[in-house]
Design a protein around this ligand. Sequence first.
Ligand code: GSH
Length: 245
Amino acid sequence: MADQPQVELHLLTLSHPCLTAKAALERKGIAFEEVVLPMGNHRDEVEAIYGEGRRTVPAMIIDGEQVHGSTAILARLEELFPENSLYPEGIADAVREAELWGDGEYQDLGRRLPWAALHFRPEATGSFAGARPLDPAGVDFAIQTIRGSWKLHSISAERTAADLAGLPAMVERIEGFASDGLIGGPDPTAADLQIGATTRILLTIGDLEPVFDGTTIREVALRLFPDYPGKIPAGAYPAGWVTSG
Ligand SMILES: N[C@@H](CCC(=O)N[C@@H](CS)C(=O)NCC(=O)O)C(=O)O
């Protein structure tokens, strides 16, 4: 491998695209400094460093070069450090296409569905910080945070029901990626890292267990991201909203 670069990764601890970027750096064997930003204020901080309009994490500075966004980070790491390829020869274009699909609507589900479920089980919010179910004062605080998140991510009951109704078709598509050899192999691809991270977050929602039961992406998500916290017990969403295809 080339000389070790100087790398700073700006992130939020529980963010799934940040898990993707971290896992890519680890897979490439690159040491990096994690700069954990405070949730909520991170947008302004990212913009101050990376420039106007760049308000999301992950974002990376590698030997002075700024790279913003998970897919851009993975692509740049691959260019600089081709070893342990994330886009293996022969399937590189298909992996990239699957990764980009994973960076779209599926990644957004990872931002909406946990907050949507927590609305119905606010006491479970503490589990994302490794804590026990919250006491009543904690639940009051969590409810405020959850309301803020519904607003920020434009979550509504109608949208949640639609997201849940669309999920089995997405999982079927992901299993198609597995059949095509784009995910699920022993060496993670960019598609594994991108789609696996979102899936890992969705697996914190007990109601979604039947949707992922027996799938390749469930195994990938738990293998690549074993230590993600959080558990929202089954029975959160209203009956009938979750279908398993
Ligand atoms: N598709 C982008 C999405 C990044 C993204 O939306 N990150 C969230 C955290 S999961 C964020 O920073 N959101 C702040 C905002 O939307 O203002 C990527 O993969 O880098």
